[in-house]
Every structure is written in C-alpha cells, then in structure tokens.
Design a protein around this ligand. Structure first.
Ligand SMILES: [Cu+2]
Length: 477
C-alpha cells in the first residue's frame, strides 16, 4: 500500500479516535522501525568498544624534531639532479620514530616560496593539529614557524605532507614518515620503511612543472613516468636468508595506485593504514592507493640465498619492478619466532547492513572552476561545501557513491572506518582504513564510530581532484 493510502487511513483513524494518533498503524510501524534501527546502532556501537582507545595518557616524554620545508636538489635518477621541495633536504623526508605514549613536538619552519601546513595522515591528533587551512589552522606563510605537538593514540605507520597547494607541494617532494612503535610488539630482524612515489620527469630529469592540468583532472590525477622507492629509481636492499622483516609501505604518489607483489613469496599483511588487522592475511592483490599504508611480515626463505627478490607493481597491465632484495649467499640467520601481531579487539558488525545510511556523498565532475574541470561532492566544489555532522561515540554507516568513471581514494581525517559493502554487496574486510579506493561508478558503504571531535576534512587523495574541489568537512560533535 502506498504512503498516500496510509496517510488517508491514518487520517480516518485519527478522526475516529478524536484526534489521537496513538493507534495509527502507519505511525506505529514507523516508530517500531526507528526503534529497531536505534537498537541495531546500539549493538554496533557496543561491538566497537575497545577497538581503539578514546584517549591516551601521555608519558612524561616529549620527542622534539626540527622540520624545515625548503627548495633543494635530489638525485632521483643520478647523474641527473632534480630541483625539488623537500623536508630537511631529503627525499623522502625524515622518518620520525617514537614510542606509544611519547609526545611529538615538531618545530616547523616554512622556507618555501609559498604558504604551507602539515597534515599528519592517519594520526588521531587534536583537531587544531590536523593542518587543514581554513578548517583547523591558517596557512603558515613563507618564513614563518609553527609548532605541531600531539600524543598519538595508536601505534603504527603514518605519514605527513602539506595540505596547502598539495598537488604541487607533495609532487615536488614534500612528504615524511611518522612511526609510532608499540613496545609490546615483537622484534623483527629489520623494520624497513618503503615510501612508494611516482614522478613525472622531463628528459633532463626536471619535474614537469605544469600541475593540476585538465588532463590530470579528466583522468586519475597526475601519473608519472618514474616510480621510486625511498626517493630512488629501483633501489636494492641487502637482506639475509632467514630474516623476518617488517616492511612498512606507504603510497605518497599524487595519483598512482600501486598493487605491490613479491612474486613467489607470501608476506602477510599485518596492518593497513597504520592499524593492526584482525588477523594477518597473505598479500595477493592489494590496491595501495595514494595515502594508504600496509605493514608486511616477510620471511626471507633459505632457498633464496644468492638470489634477487623483486618487488613489482601489478596494478596496471604493464608490470614494473619497484625495488629488489639481494639475498646475501652463505649468511643465513635464524628466523625470529613469535606470533604475528594482530588487533586486540575487532568488532563483528555483522548487522551493519541493517543500520540506516546516515549520509550519502555523491562524487562527480563538471566543466568550470579555476582549473576548467571541477570535482564535486554532493554537487559542491570546495570551498563551496556543506558540513555533515556525526555523533561522537555512535556507529554510523556512510555511503560514498562515485558517479564518475575515474578512481577516487577517499580519505577521512581523524577517524578510522571499515569497508562494509561494495555496490550493496557485503564485504568482510577485517581491518581499519583511513583511505578507501572507490572504482568507476562504484558505491561503497563504510562503518565507523567517530571518537575525536572537531571539523575533519573528507577528501579525495588524488591531489589534483582535491585541488579542483573534491573536499568537504565532517563535523564530529
Ligand atoms: Cu578523486
């Protein structure tokens, strides 16, 4: 029966009962439904409890780091010298390693010819430390200093980069790594950070200096011609048979998605976007989109002595090597034995599909705007934007719908979420994310219990798309 008929019936009932709507069948059905969906949300919220901490008690230990963003020179493909913008004159920028409970204090100086900020990707920082201009802080002008200080609540692999003119600043080389070690986690033979990047270089080694082009915007952002690991084309690492290595892989590219694979080896994925998975799973086809991180547990087999183990990208049909591990002959070591680390608690969320969709975000592009093509969220291109609100400490299901034929790795600041469904079909991903790659014409549902209050950016991590409007703000109250 249609709503019109229900409305008509309820009017009749109301007239019969002298204005009371207590026994209106339609109103009763609605309120039962509301009750049951709020019961479902209660269950989902309860299942989340203990998944990650609301707060952390800082130890009495402040780790100070100096960080300077400035023009510099880097040998991406020696002997060519490339003019870059870099943190502390190195590509990638420094790796800041701290222990859980320690407070990070970064004394930052901007020596770039333009304003900048630093965003701590994936770190649940106080909102004022999130580095988003016009949302959490004013841009830091050329020559100015700013102190970022926070105590990370989660151990894991995080990174940092500018949030002003990011398509240009990140592409020119501004990115660094923050690792929060958990003293309770096992000791690997090596803890190796691999920063994956992708440069668009001219034949003389210079960075092609046209940014946010119409071509980039009509496609999946800027894809380059020189993939690098830790700022070098195809570097190699020396390892020994028997070693058990924790590899922390980060995609800092503007647009390129990597699907890293070690042919013939079976590393286990132990963390995604910084957070330990509910259980380790083999690395097979994992799309590491811009912003994403994975931590791997890799054992170098005894049989590999004297061989070279490549790491290849398999995202496109055109497979290419990223780096290789040279296994020294005759130097095998004993493999450290321990249980692979995993999340202490991971919510079941089997009922998540029964929760109503709290907000839907539609992504599309139109002609216009400062770059000729504008990327939009719900019909608006940043800074034109309507905030959405989420309640802190309550489960929400959000729907992200891609109405375009391009890729969009969507990144929500300050929160971790879990993929629940693709195109309405349930997906059982047993790990958290802060960035989710959405395919052409695809719609995904994500679930989260936001904890940290404030105004958090929600944007595409293809930095050209974000620059051309694909950003909005979610307010957690
Ligand atoms: Cu996008």
């Amino acid at each position: 029966m249609s709503m019109v008929h229900h409305g008509f019936l309820s009017l009749l009932v109301r007239l019969a009962l002298g204005g009371s709507v207590l026994f209106c069948p339609w109103v009763m059905a609605q309120s039962q439904k509301a009750e049951s969906s709020s019961a479902v949300i209660d269950t989902l919220t309860k299942e989340f409890e203990g998944a990650f901490p609301q707060n952390i008690t800082p130890k009495d230990s402040i780790r100070e780091f100096d960080l300077v963003a400035a023009p510099g020179i880097w040998g991406i493909i020696p002997p060519y010298r490339t003019d870059v913008w870099a943190y502390n004159q190195q590509i990638p920028g420094p790796v800041f390693r701290i222990r859980l409970g320690e407070t990070v204090k970064v004394q930052f100086t901007n020596r770039l010819p333009q304003p900048t900020t630093i965003h701590w990707h994936g770190v649940r920082v106080p909102n004022a430390m999130d580095g988003v201009p016009g949302v959490t802080q004013p841009p830091i002008r050329s020559g100015e200093r700013f102190t970022y200080q926070f105590t990370p609540k989660d151990p894991g692999t995080f990174w940092f980069h500018p949030h002003v003119n990011a398509a240009k600043q990140v592409e020119r080389g501004l990115h660094g790594v923050l690792i929060v070690e958990d003293p309770g986690e096992p000791r690997y033979s090596q803890d190796l950070v691999l920063v994956l990047d992708d440069w668009l270089l001219e034949p003389d080694g210079a960075i092609r200096d046209r940014f946010v082009t119409r071509h980039d915007l009509a496609h999946d952002g800027r894809w380059g011609n020189v993939p690098t690991v830790n700022g070098r084309l195809r570097p190699s690492f020396s390892v020994r048979a028997g070693e058990r290595i924790r590899i922390r892989m980060i995609n800092v590219a503007n647009g390129r998605v990597f699907a890293p694979l070690f042919p013939g080896l079976s590393p286990q994925v132990i963390a995604v976007d910084g957070m330990l998975t509910a259980a380790p799973f083999p690395l097979q086809r994992f799309n590491l989109a811009p912003g994403n991180r994975i931590d791997l547990d890799l054992i170098i087999p005894d049989t590999a002595q004297g061989t070279v183990l490549p790491l290849v990208d398999t995202f496109t049909r055109n497979r290419f090597p990223l780096t290789s591990f040279e296994v020294e002959p005759g130097t095998a070591v004993e493999t450290p034995r321990f249980q692979t680390p995993q999340a202490a608690h991971f919510p079941d969320w089997g009922k998540a599909a029964e929760a109503p969709v709290a907000h839907e975000y539609l992504f599309d592009a139109v002609r216009g705007g400062p770059y000729g093509i504008a990327w939009r969220i719900n019909g608006q291109a940043w800074p034109d934007s309507t905030e959405t609100e989420l309640k802190s400490g309550r489960f929400h299901r959000l729907r992200l719908t891609n109405e375009s034929s391009r890729l969009h790795p969507m990144h929500l600041h300050g929160q971790f979420f879990r993929l629940l469904a693709r195109d309405g079909k349930p997906v059982d991903e047993r790990f958290w994310r802060d960035t989710i790659l959405i395919g052409p014409e695809e719609s995904v549902d994500i679930g989260l219990v936001p904890l940290d209050k404030g105004r958090w950016a929600n944007h595409c991590h293809i930095l050209e798309h974000a620059e051309a409007g694909m950003m909005s703000v979610v307010r957690v109250k």
